[in-house]
Design a protein around this ligand. Sequence first.
Ligand code: SAH
Ligand code: SF4
Ligand code: F3S
Length: 481
Amino acid sequence: MYSSIDLDKININAAPPAEEPARQYYFMAKCRQHVREESARLGRPLGAAVVNFGCQMNARDAEKLQGILEAIGYETANEDEADFVIYNTCTVRENANLRVYGRLGQLGKRKRKNPDMIIGLCGCMMQEPEVIDKIRKSFRFVDLVFGTHNIYKFAELMASRIESGDMVIDIWKDTDAIVEDLPSKRKYPFKSGVNIMFGCNNFCSYCIVPYVRGRERSRSPEDIIREIEALTADGVAEVMLLGQNVNSYGKTLKEPVTFAQLLGKIEKIEGLKRIRFMTSHPKDLSDELIEVMAGSKKICRHLHLPVQSGSSRILQKMNRRYTKEQYLALVGRLRDKMPDISLTTDIIVGFPGETEEDFQETMDLVRKVRYDSAFTFLYSRRTGTPAAAMEDQVPENVMKERFDRLLSEVQAIAAEVCSIHEGHIAEVLVENVNEQDAGLVTGRMSNNILVHFPGDAGLIGKLIMVRLTEAKGFYYMGEAV
Ligand code: SAH
Ligand code: SF4
Ligand code: F3S
């Protein structure tokens, strides 16, 4: 494992090894040499900032980038002071892209004053050819560009930029490779994301993710268990298993394993207290999984179950492969086995061809399910997806007006649903000292709701029984019992 590798023992004058991850450790050692020389020249340590956009998958990737930067010898710095800045981008909706271009413009101004600065771009947006064209043309000051498939080559690409002094662009269309055992720097000491699979094969008609993250591939159960065992030994109490569609985990492995079976193995890891996962696709959520969840002591009582629309007609055009009725039946089965389960969702408003009647179906579904919370999105047209070419794109004003109606319905219901636990005693995993009031700590219940209660930093990472004294809409005030 990484912690046992001493970069100083690697001979950087020899040729690079061909096998992974040894090859990357060789390039880390090379980059480290450069960082040492630079900081001796400047008389100060070098700083790096990883700026993350997008989902939990990207957040986990950012920790890997951070781990490599640390191994190379960079200290963590703020974006506006860093010698090395890397944007890990998202392209799921257009406004995610626009934010990146805006911030990149600002960064370019800083680089004009500090020419030694290194600017990197990676992540989902870089998998789009039009984006690469635009960077080549309009953002010439960028040093390093790579995508989602070769992120493990970060050190190698950086070494090549340092040697050549030219812009390095390396984008792969897809990959089967999963490189294990590279460094990673966790954001929280007590919880961690763990990738169980990469990519997506679902091709929902609005979604760009399958094009930028490639085909679905699962890590082996042994590698996953090994990683979680190492994390628990290092103080992690809670893991979040990550995949675009965790319910289809293991189908493509040589010896297929179901997601429910994987959960069964993870449950047995001693010292691990809580298991979360996301995202679940409703079409693949099995009764086997419901049974495992219901019988588990560690799997949290929370399920993020994106519905996207309440209209079966729109769901079909979205290629979601379930109907409103099937989704509601699934929610019924879940609540039947776990009456206290918290349900959250994602909803897209204004998919092409959505009529007021379709939208009313979504409102009706939201009233029937009564979500603990819901992320609502305005449909965003993504080039290359089937939905982008569909007729009847919904006008922006109509979309926005529906969005506002949905949001207020969702929020009103969530406030009611979240307050039903008042007076109960719940187990809370303490995450941090409260930002506004240093006499309080903040933690999460199994159902993901936040609780603030009197305590100090010594409680961070511990599971504490807390009486929920007062519901405050989306969070609780409490006291340890
Ligand atoms: N794999 C996950 C979600 C990935 S993207 C799943 O299937 O649920 C996260 C959310 O972004 C999606 O659930 C969807 O609600 C939203 N989203 C994806 N593409 C979008 C688009 N083109 N416009 C608006 N929202 C979109
Ligand atoms: Fe996108 Fe659908 Fe795959 Fe989720 S399941 S990432 S929404 S294509
Ligand atoms: Fe965005 Fe890529 Fe995640 S497009 S939502 S960062 S998989």
